[in-house]
Design a protein around this ligand. Structure first.
Ligand SMILES: Cc1cc2nc3c(=O)[nH]c(=O)nc-3n(C[C@H](O)[C@H](O)[C@H](O)COP(=O)(O)OP(=O)(O)OC[C@H]3O[C@@H](n4cnc5c(N)ncnc54)[C@H](O)[C@@H]3O)c2cc1C
Length: 430
């Protein structure tokens, strides 16, 4: 039986994890405490130390052990669902700024790569592919929406011959090319950010799981697994879908942890690359349980897909992903798989991120719904600003209402049934 949920990602095999300060070994007091060493926690820490604040961050394992070191590496701008959905909640005079927040992610990544000289194999270019006419209609609407806001980096690939300049697969009827999105090695990028934050004075503790969060009376007290106490004047919770039972109750019910899986093939030959993704763009299709893939700097096909609401280690990940890959690139069926792994994504019912307060001095974000590589940087800046009293964006985003997922013994079956419906929609092409 495979145990891909805890298997290392190919990215974790590519690097030696830095320890930073290692495990917390004493009681401490800090100005700002952050839980979670993923893209959100580290981006928040970086934003704060850049402004001269004192920050201590606690990560249960190594930096990037959560979704941030396990994802498909796809940088995609925009919100994780239609911008119109977000507009229902925010003040009309803030809509333009919120649009801007949605598309800032890729440029923030570019700026940080340049500023901190992060070598993370970033490449720009992204194709949203259409499996059927319904997807093509959605892509036309997406293009119109983005162009109405002045975004001019999209090119419609309305037929197969234009699509084949970017991706050669008979699985698709067309697509939409976005020159402003792309892909990178997510763990190299994250470690680059963490190194920059550490050099600027962030105290980063790894292998330091927080087992208790107490925010009563604005007196933030955390307990680590080895019994040490952390008193934090202000607290930012960035544990996302990995926070589990330690999460304050209202956070837990607002996201469903969904398991997605990825595999990396042996390197492709130059001929194979020319016959699959000659553009080197990142690719994602329009299904709810979508396939997402790209060729990395080592010429491996990084192919992701699947979504499971069952809270167990997914079985047959490699077999299932191979089947999905075959449907897109039948000629790659013989390729050896170097590694297959899974990770947890936090999904909200409306697919919009969940920003909120736990108390006057403790805030959080979670639930990017599979869209966090780019947006987590923006979210980190929003949280960092909010904790030091610049709350314009945060105050808009906490207005989004999030329906709690059902709890108790019915949680897993109901979530699985919900996902089954979306898979059926994909299958019926509606
Ligand atoms: C398989 C997979 C593929 C994906 N592909 C893409 C993609 O291609 N593009 C994209 O945009 N998004 C993708 N995503 C989503 C993206 O990875 C996430 O949105 C993003 O990484 C979330 O970052 P985060 O820092 O908020 O959470 P995480 O990266 O999950 O980090 C949370 C961290 O908090 C730590 N933590 C939790 N509880 C505690 C505790 N009690 N004490 C201390 N530490 C704690 C965890 O160990 C973890 O390191 C994918 C996700 C997965 C799992």
């Amino acid at each position: 039986m495979s145990n891909t949920h805890i298997s290392k990602s190919i990215y974790q095999l590519d690097i030696t994890p830095p320890q930073f300060l290692g495990s917390l070994d004493q009681n401490i007091q800090c100005d700002i405490g952050i839980i979670g060493g993923g893209l959100t926690g580290i981006s928040t820490a970086l934003c704060l130390v850049e402004k001269g604040y004192q920050v201590s961050l606690f990560e249960a394992g190594n930096i990037g052990d959560g979704g941030s070191g396990r994802n498909g590496g796809q940088i995609c701008q925009g919100w994780s669902t239609s911008f119109n959905k977000l507009c229902k909640y925010i003040d009309p005079d803030c809509q333009q700024d919120m649009w801007q927040a949605g598309i800032e992610g890729p440029s923030l990544i570019k700026d940080r790569i340049d500023k901190y000289k992060i070598e993370c194999d970033a490449h720009w270019g992204y194709v949203h592919t259409a499996i059927h006419k319904g997807h093509m209609r959605e892509l036309d609407e997406y293009q119109q929406e983005f162009e109405s806001h002045g975004y001019d980096l999209l090119t419609s690939l309305a037929d197969k011959s234009s699509l084949f300049n970017y991706i050669c697969s008979d699985a698709y009827i067309g697509g939409l090319y976005d020159a402003g999105s792309g892909h990178l090695h997510p763990l190299k990028y994250l470690i680059g950010l963490a190194t920059a934050a550490s050099k600027l004075g962030a105290h980063i503790y790894t292998n330091s799981p927080i087992t208790e969060i107490n925010v009563a009376n604005n007196n933030n007290k955390l307990i680590s697994d080895n019994g040490h106490t952390i008193s934090a004047e202000r607290l930012i919770i960035c544990g996302n879908a990995y926070l589990g039972a330690v999460a304050p109750r209202n956070l837990r019910s607002r996201i469903a942890p969904v398991t997605s899986s990825v595999m990396a093939t042996d390197p492709l030959s130059d001929t194979e690359i020319a016959q699959t993704i000659p553009s080197n763009a990142a690719i994602a299709d329009g299904n709810t349980a979508l396939n997402y893939f790209r060729i990395d700097s080592q010429k491996r096909l990084i192919f992701g897909g699947r979504a499971s609401y069952l809270n167990t280690d997914p079985l047959n990940v490699e077999t299932d992903l191979r089947k999905r890959m075959k449907a897109v690139f039948p000629d790659l069926m013989h390729k050896k798989i170097q590694q297959a792994w899974s990770g947890r994504i936090g999904i909200t019912a409306n697919r919009l991120p969940d920003f909120g307060r736990v108390s006057d001095t403790a805030i959080y974000v979670q639930g990017y719904s599979g869209h966090g590589v780019a947006f987590s940087g923006v979210a980190g800046s929003i949280l960092g600003d909010a904790i030091i009293d610049k709350q314009d964006r945060f105050n808009q985003l906490i207005k989004i209402s999030h329906i709690p997922f059902p709890g108790g013994p019915f949680r897993v079956p109901i979530l699985a049934i919900g996902m089954g419906w979306y898979k059926m929609k994909d299958y019926l092409q509606i």
